[in-house]
Design a protein around this ligand. Structure first.
Ligand SMILES: NC(=O)c1ccc[n+]([C@@H]2O[C@H](COP(=O)([O-])OP(=O)(O)OC[C@H]3O[C@@H](n4cnc5c(N)ncnc54)[C@H](O)[C@@H]3O)[C@@H](O)[C@H]2O)c1
Length: 461
């Protein structure tokens, strides 16, 4: 066995090796349990975290349902602009819950330790900064900001307040992402040369055609407050409930979905981000009045850093995906591929046929027959075949255990950051480095130009 092969087997000990895919269940779910136990053990009864939700739509409910599973966390108040969501919050979490349409009422309360911001994107920066200034720990949904020039204000406010701040891309806490990071750092794919990532969907709901309640009216929802800093317009429940389809409030496919892929990739590679971004695409199918594309494709260049070599990336979102949709980040290296999915990591290892000028090239067949023979003999002497040449690719799958939740892990990490007084891993700097290239893809798409991004300074060049 070559050293290379032996160390590959050693590194992947515990996983399945061979041509057939036999999944290995990721053990790190124990880490999740341990995390919860640590949280459980380390707080006293007067050290409860009192939480409030700002924005109680799809993700607001998902966040609050998950957050309250962490021991010692109590949901005390929620804020939303549609009365139906406030009523439902009491139905789900209890009638004791304080409800309001004005988030500033929540920020004023000294008995609230942490807030979750799950509003449309155009409200993230303002509420995050005000919440940090009010001394709250903040869990802010992705994308951290709506526009490229935003974000530094949150970084500053976070530094000044010293409070925990975490962006809500839960893949960053997933055991799948961390397993992929471990595998990458062990060198199982050789030298990284490119990354392919996609987030595709094939349904009306997936394409953001969300349900609109029949009781939506200027009385049951606060239209003016929803608009906030966005251009003034007459009441329009479609814009309120399907805000992702409009650039005034959302960030399109890039801010909604690319950002998850960047967050996972940057965690795996310890990367700060790309330096050049170009995006194209179009509105091909969901022509329902939206002003964002339903197919968006980007190409990006990542420069060489201490953490990784220079590589290229291609990125795709497609809401008309005849294959049925799905999402993955594929790291392609000289010796194989690591594919990071939602619930598993796959490794496929191929030893590159790196033998120069023979088998791969047909040129020697054009030489005279005498020269072909001579060349063959010379070549075999020059480049003998390794005895232990690997013929079959190695294939591995690491899968999360039944019931595993990266979302719960992410919330547990947020509360651990609060309790231990440590910064969250996915802090405001990380958040801007993931939102930045996503939003730059929109600047490129809408401006029909390439964008240069300084990932260190987190600024467009
Ligand atoms: N991490 C994830 O996987 C994930 C998944 C879905 C959504 N998200 C993010 O969560 C955020 C919300 O998305 P959603 O799908 O829940 O949208 P949604 O429309 O279902 O909910 C948004 C809610 O915010 C409320 N709102 C609007 N402006 C407000 C304000 N100023 N103050 C208080 N409430 C306000 C609205 O009334 C609405 O109920 C977005 O930024 C989105 O990108 C993240």
């Amino acid at each position: 066995m070559s050293n290379n092969r032996r160390s590959f087997l050693k590194k992947l000990a515990g996983g399945a090796i061979g041509a057939a895919l036999s999944p290995s269940i990721l053990k790190a779910s124990e880490a999740q349990v341990a995390e919860l136990e640590v949280l459980n053990r380390d707080f006293s009864s007067n050290d409860r975290i009192r939480l409030a939700g700002i924005g109680m739509g799809i993700q607001g409910f998902a966040n609050m349902r998950t957050a309250v599973q962490v021991p010692g966390v109590e949901l005390v108040a929620v804020c939303d602009l549609y009365d139906g969501h406030l009523v439902h919050a009491k139905e789900v979490f209890g009638s004791h819950l304080a409800t309001t349409r004005d988030y500033r009422e929540i920020l004023k309360r000294s008995d609230i330790d942490a807030v979750c911001i799950a509003t449309p994107d155009h409200w993230h920066e303002q509420i995050a900064v005000e919440a940090l200034q009010a001394g709250k720990a903040v869990y802010c949904e992705k994308p951290m900001v709506q526009h490229l020039e935003q974000g530094h204000a949150i970084i500053e406010a976070q530094k000044k307040s010293g409070k925990a701040f975490q962006v809500g891309s839960q893949r960053v806490s997933s055991i799948v992402t961390w397993k992929a990071k471990e595998l990458y750092e062990q060198g199982v794919i050789g030298q990284l040369v490119m990354v392919e990532a996609n987030y595709d969907r094939q349904s009306a709901n997936g394409a953001w055609q969300y349900s609109i309640p029949t009781d939506a009216s200027p009385e049951t929802l606060d239209w003016d407050r929803f608009l906030g800093s966005a251009p003034k317009r007459p009441f329009d429940p479609v814009r309120f409930f399907r805000w992702r389809n409009y650039r005034d409030y959302g960030t399109g496919m890039a801010g909604d979905l690319y950002v998850h892929l960047f967050s996972a990739l940057h965690t795996v590679l310890s990367s700060k981000g790309p330096e050049r971004i170009f995006a194209t695409g179009g509105l091909r199918y969901w022509k329902d009045g939206r002003d964002v594309p339903d197919v968006q494709i980007a190409v990006l260049d990542y420069p060489e850093t201490k953490a990784h070599p220079a590589f290229n990336m291609q990125l795709r979102c497609n809401f008309v995906d005849g294959k049925g949709g799905g999402s993955a980040v594929r790291l392609i290296g000289s010796e194989g591929i690591i594919e990071v999915g939602g619930g598993d990591v796959k490794v496929e290892r191929h030893v590159m046929s790196s033998r120069v000028g023979y088998g791969g090239w047909d040129t020697y067949n054009t030489f005279s027959e005498a020269q072909q023979k001579e060349y063959e003999a010379w070549y075999k002497a020059q480049y003998p075949l390794p005895e232990n040449r690997i013929v079959e690719p190695d294939q591995m799958v690491y899968r999360v255990p039944e019931g595993y939740s990266d979302h719960l892990e992410h919330w547990a990490n947020f509360f651990a950051a609060i309790r231990q007084g440590k910064p969250a891993y996915e802090d405001a700097v990380f958040g801007l480095r993931a939102a930045g290239p996503s939003l730059a893809a929109n600047v490129s798409y809408f401006g029909n130009k390439q964008v240069r991004w300084d990932a260190e300074a987190m600024k467009v060049v």
